[in-house]
Design a protein around this ligand. Structure first.
Ligand code: ARG
Ligand code: GLU
Length: 689
């Protein structure tokens, strides 16, 4: 996960692995380079430009909420896909952005300028002053946004300057039976056959500058776009992934890892076991609920399954022992030198002690997130209206109440469109039970102990204004400061929300924040020690949602004794999986027709249509949609996942076992051309054969 502006240091190694590009081809500030084709999509995923007219590819699961928002029972784009026949049919997506990195600059010296001799808050203040000045300077006389980000826990700082585009339209998406083929059964798993892509287009004003949606906007002309490769793939060939990895935690201490493996992760998994079982059953029971909950379900299940894989992987390689061994080596090295010993000799012990001290606070924190933010949606409803509830008295006095109430009713419509009362009620009951069990009765607010989860569920879901649209609208129509006061006293849903929130703020939040703050300080020292005492070891800063490069090879893996994963899958495998009868492998008839006719267009290799392939590139969440690029800078496919055995790489990357999963661009083009009849999109790209 290398910083693009420093990629020059790796050029030789990359060339030795077969790359034919120069460091400047990959990252350059003065001339266009590969980086100009890489976009941060919606702030979470990665996307890449593939035509001179702003055509952009990302993963199906990255554009999923946009597709979902455009879908209804009449226009079921989730089930049947969507393809704009021409630019005028492309769909706008309010709020969706795509950002290009203008430049990345090491500003460590400037951030620390004038801090010599300062300590504590005086030092932080000076650093903040420096940072603000750097940002202000970078944003003068241009339309860019700048930010200064800490790397290696504050041992280094980099300024990131971005150009953010605001008019991003949906061009096409395959049906779920392609884009989400394999569903949760296959998620995080190899062998894989998912056509995980969707197609967008960036629009700009006539001067090629970002602009809010407008009919007068025109397709954006990129500084660079990626040609796509239809050449035969060769196992062992060089691959590189360019994108925005979110978070890795390679430096966790043994104590922290143990807490995560034994307490934190199993509890979060258990919470989601429950909500997923309810949502899955509801989605199977009705098409409406299937559409309403598809996006939420995917979000909840994704983390859940990754964590299960991580725990498995960490146990299999005995990550805890590896950590302990490394910690011993670190301490032994520190002991060889008095100065090192003073600076680094105690840091590991302090980190482990910190975990002991704060782990229950941290646990309360994450469980609250699972309960209130991932769990039943009545809590989210309460958060949404809470500001209005506190302002109602003022609005009454100063005017504006009627409009504010109408706005609440309108806003709620969007929420209730994707809400099923019976489903939420069951989630509430099961998660409340699990929450109490895991945290312990004494550690949850009194209201949760006042009656059984079932009784609470019955009481809330029959009376609260949070859980039912008609009740909500009725309340809103007449709402005033008096009815509000009554609501806070009588509405059990609102009361429960308030009490759990207050307990959280009082009991768990302060400790969890202390934990993180102090741990980051210790990590800064710990990492500084690694850099100083082990200068010959490969070092890279943990992912932090900034643009990074990772490289490796197109290759399979053998993570289990006696088992070998090949490096690619084919269309035949889709049909085989479909034959198993698992609903996650459902297909629309068109796929059968094309597969039977072996209609592969000119996208095949040796008579096979490749669907996905794996590589030894170190990726994580946020790398979804990232281009997987060949030795010459051509697009081989879109990164979208890791294998089950390798999800542990967020804590510990192991190049012999960790593999990223890519959907082959030739399959993407085949779907556009042969499956969807959208050959004009393929024609818009530059194909290298
Ligand atoms: N696991 C991939 C990622 O972390 C893909 C998730 C979407 N697919 C799914 N079946 N939920 O985002
Ligand atoms: N699917 C992930 C994402 O949304 C990428 C896969 C991973 O975590 O490796 O970013």
């Amino acid at each position: 996960m290398l910083i693009p502006s420093l990629i020059g240091a790796f050029e030789d190694d990359m060339k030795a692995m077969g790359m034919r590009l120069s460091a400047q081809d990959i990252y350059d500030v003065n001339n266009s380079s590969l980086k100009d084709a890489i976009m941060h999509f919606g702030g979470g995923c990665t996307a890449e430009l593939v035509s001179g007219q702003g055509l952009m590819l990302t993963n199906h699961h990255c554009g999923y909420s946009q597709v979902q928002a455009h879908s209804s029972l009449e226009n079921d784009y989730l089930k049947y896909g969507f393809w704009a026949k021409n630019k005028s049919e492309e769909l706008k997506n309010p709020g969706l952005t795509a950002s290009r990195i203008v430049r990345i600059e090491d500003v460590t010296a400037s951030v620390f300028f004038g801090t010599e001799g300062l300590e504590g808050s005086a030092k932080l203040l000076k650093m903040k002053e420096n940072t603000d000045q750097l940002i202000a300077d970078a944003m003068t006389n241009n339309h860019f946004e700048a930010d200064v980000k800490a790397f290696n826990y504050g041992n280094e700082f980099y300024m990131i300057v971005e150009e953010t585009f605001l008019d991003v339209r949906l061009v096409g998406t395959p049906p779920n039976s392609i884009g989400k083929f394999g569903g949760d059964t296959d998620n995080w798993v190899w062998p894989r056959h998912t056509g995980d892509f969707s197609v967008f287009r960036i629009y700009s004003d006539v001067n090629n500058k970002p602009s809010e949606y407008s009919e007068s906007n025109v397709p954006y002309t990129p500084l660079h776009f990626l040609p796509v490769s239809a050449k035969n793939r060769v196992p062992g060939e060089f691959t590189m992934v360019y994108g925005f990895p979110g978070t890795t935690e390679q430096h966790l201490t043994s104590g922290n890892l143990q807490y995560i493996m034994d307490i934190e992760r199993p509890a979060r998994i258990a919470m989601r076991d429950k909500s997923i079982s309810v949502i899955d059953a509801s989605m199977r029971s009705s098409d409406l609920i299937r559409i309403q909950y598809s996006s939420k379900q995917a979000r909840i299940a994704n983390g859940w399954k990754k964590w299960i894989g991580q725990l498995g992987g960490l146990k299999t390689v005995d990550a805890l022992q590896i950590k302990l061994d490394r910690e011993k080596a670190y301490n032994d090295m520190a002991a060889t030198n008095e100065e090192w010993n003073k600076k680094y000799g105690s840091v590991i012990g302090e980190m482990n002690a910190l975990v002991e001290k704060y782990k229950m606070a941290d646990f309360g924190y994450v469980m609250f997130i699972e309960y209130q933010y991932v769990g039943p949606e009545l809590f989210g409803r309460a958060r949404t209206i809470s500001k209005f509830l506190t302002e109602i008295g003022d609005l009454e006095k100063n005017g504006g109440l009627a409009e504010a109430k109408q706005a609440q009713i309108e806003g709620a419509k969007g929420f209730y469109k994707n809400y099923d009362e019976a489903t939420d009620k069951q989630i509430f009951q099961l998660l409340t039970e699990e929450y109490i069990n895991r945290l312990g009765k004494d550690n949850v607010p009194a209201i949760l102990r006042s009656s059984s989860p079932e009784e609470l569920a019955n009481a809330i879901y029959s009376k609260s204004i949070l859980t039912n649209q008609a009740r909500f609208e009725k309340f809103m129509a007449k709402a005033n400061s008096k009815s509000m006061a009554k609501l806070l006293k009588k509405d059990l849903g609102v009361k429960l929300w308030k009490e759990t929130e207050e307990t959280f703020v009082k009991t768990y939040l302060p400790g969890a924040q202390e934990f993180k703050g102090q741990m980051d300080q210790l990590l800064k020292t710990y990492v500084a020690g690694k850099l100083e005492m082990f200068p010959d070891e490969a070092q890279w800063p943990d992912a932090n949602s900034t643009l990074r490069i990772t490289y490796g090879k197109l290759e399979g893996s053998a993570p289990h004794d006696g088992m070998q994963y090949t490096e690619h899958t084919t269309l035949d495998g889709i049909i085989t999986k479909n034959n198993s009868g698992n609903p996650d492998y459902e297909l629309l008839p068109r796929m059968h027709e094309l597969a039977k006719a072996k209609d592969y267009g000119d996208y095949a290799q040796d008579g096979e249509l490749w669907v996905c392939f794996t590589g030894s590139n170190h990726t994580t969440g946020g790398n979804s949609g990232s281009p997987v690029i060949d030795a010459d800078g051509n697009l081989l496919g879109l990164n979208f996942d890791r294998t089950w055995e390798s999800t542990m790489s967020d804590y510990m990357f192991d190049s012999s076992r960790c593999r990223n999963i890519t959907v082959d661009i030739r399959y993407v083009m085949w779907v556009m051309d042969r499956y969807a009849g959208a050959k004009h999109l393929v024609d818009e790209m530059t194909i290298v054969r």
